[in-house]
Design a protein around this ligand. Structure first.
Ligand SMILES: [Mg+2]
Length: 245
């Protein structure tokens, strides 16, 4: 690969990559929303919310069309004949996201690693498959001191498509201002992250996660911690000739 462009940017998935991976009971999370939407009918409404979310994820997997949490609530409300009340929906989403908050904490080495990459002159970015709103993601990143260390942040709840669709990766590459050949993508999902990024010509690092679905793709590197990134030959090669600062 001596003809490959030097890396100018290191781009990241969010859940399971910049954060530690959590297996969460999705129904428990939706019960929190249901208790706001219909306190008398929590189990039935929570089941409808879960079904609506599962339908959304099945659809995004087959068509790669993105979705929003608000859409999940509207779909579920229609299914159980609840009135569509935007103010109530916003409150339900806020409670639901609060329930998720403990699973959103950054890996211990995330801040130090991002700082190390940027101090070597590399740009950084984030691309998350998510139906959650941008503002919520940004407040979690700010809480953990990562917001200012990510030059661009793209959430598929703001896009028409999800990873591995190339338009999702293009949105991030354009925002960061690099070509695919100048970027490495770091992610924990073999299909969404590694296959998707490799197909565009990005180099790929898989942060090992044995709980994600298998996919037959060969990442350029495999790591268990973010701290290992700065020791990878592709990163060292990219930064060996850059000016000290
Ligand atoms: Mg992930």
């Amino acid at each position: 690969m001596s003809s490959a462009s030097l890396i100018r940017a290191v781009l990241f998935d969010w859940g399971g990559t910049l954060t530690t991976f959590h297996s969460v009971d999705m129904l428990d999370a939706w019960k929190v929303a249901a208790s706001v939407l219909a306190p008398e009918d929590v189990d039935r409404v929570a089941a409808a919310l879960l079904a609506a979310e599962q339908e959304v994820w099945a659809r995004t997997t087959s068509t790669l069309r993105s979705a929003t949490t608000a859409e999940v609530l509207r779909t579920a409300s229609a299914a159980v004949n609840l009135p569509i009340d935007e103010v109530l929906h916003d409150r339900a989403v806020a409670s639901y996201l609060d329930h998720w908050a403990p699973t959103t904490v950054a890996r211990a080495e995330a801040r130090e690693t991002l700082h190390a990459l940027r101090s070597r002159g590399l740009r950084t970015g984030l691309l998350s498959n998510t139906h959650w709103p941008r503002d919520q993601h940004e407040s979690w990143l700010a809480r953990d001191g990562l917001l200012d260390l990510l030059d661009a942040r793209v959430y598929t709840s703001d896009l028409d498509v999800v990873k591995p669709h190339e338009d999702a990766f293009r949105a991030l590459l354009d925002a960061v201002g690099v070509d695919a050949a100048e970027a490495v993508f770091v992610g924990d999902r073999l299909w969404d992250d590694v296959y998707g990024a490799a197909r565009l010509g990005m180099r790929t690092v898989w942060i090992r996660n044995d709980e994600v679905p298998p996919y037959d793709v060969e990442p350029d590197a495999v790591v268990d911690t973010l701290a290992e990134l700065v020791t990878l030959p592709m990163i060292i090669a990219a930064t060996a000739t850059s000016m000290p600062r």
